[in-house]
Design a protein. Structure first.
Ligand code: HEC
Length: 207
């Protein structure tokens, strides 16, 4: 009697368990989780552990820090100011002292930290790309993509054209998923409060 019981109950338990396990796998499998959260599966991050990590990589190789991160002066020359990553031209930085009319007709001039640029277009200051209200806190992903694909500030149709030397024609050729990863990274970094000055028109337009 005891033997018969174990012969029937044990296989039944085994079948029951395997059905449960299959259901469990189906409902929590990574495919379903990714589809639910609208996140591409891990392999789409090109070997990086997350969308944010991939975005960080794209920002580094895309050269964004060169112009958008203020620098600290050291004995070895200017280095990135890590406390102010990607926060744009510092609002309290003195303007570069040059003869604008002369520079604008002959070529260009640039601040040592590459955040202020003077050329035939006037003067441009690099933007604050951190998730602060003075940066991109209010931006959504669609705005970011529109901005870089069309060269329109804030990604709002009708806003002004983006000025040189912002290389939006090149950066805007990133794929949608690359731009989304860059945006996800920018939204994840430390917000830095820094109200970047408005660009100035060329002296020829003013005089
Ligand atoms: C050669 C310098 C330079 C590089 C490199 C650069 N930028 Fe810029 N960027 C600028 C300048 C200058 C502006 C401001 C232009 C203006 O005011 O019209 C700007 C503006 C922007 C804006 C628009 C902000 C707004 O308020 O509309 C975005 C977004 C942006 N950059 C993203 C990036 C990203 C992302 C990268 C790297 C992949 C990058 N930039 C690399 C110089 C640069």
């Amino acid at each position: 009697m005891k033997n018969q019981f174990s012969q029937i109950v044990i296989p039944a338990l085994f079948i029951g368990l395997s059905i449960l396990t299959q259901c469990h796998e189906k409902s929590t499998g990574s495919e379903t989780m990714h589809a639910m959260a609208n996140i591409p599966p891990k392999e789409d991050f090109h070997g990086f552990e997350s969308q944010v990590a991939w975005g960080e990589h794209l920002v580094i190789i895309g050269g964004c820090h060169d112009c958008h991160t203020p620098k600290k002066m050291t004995a070895r020359g200017p280095v990135l100011d890590t406390a102010r990553f990607l926060s744009g031209h510092p609002s309290d930085m003195p303007r570069i002292e040059i003869d604008r009319k002369d520079v604008e007709s002959k070529g260009l001039a640039v601040a040592m930290d590459l955040t202020e640029w003077v050329g035939p277009w006037g003067v441009s200051f690099t933007a604050n790309l951190t998730p602060d209200p003075t940066g991109i806190a209010s931006w959504d992903e669609a705005q970011f993509i529109y901005c870089l694909r069309n060269g329109i500030t804030k990604g709002i149709p009708g806003s002004r054209q983006i000025l040189p030397p912002m290389p939006f024609e090149m950066i805007g050729q990133m794929t949608d998923s690359e731009l989304k990863a860059v945006f996800a990274y920018l939204k994840s970094i430390k917000p830095v409060s820094n109200l970047v000055p408005m660009p100035l028109p060329p002296t020829s337009a003013v005089n």
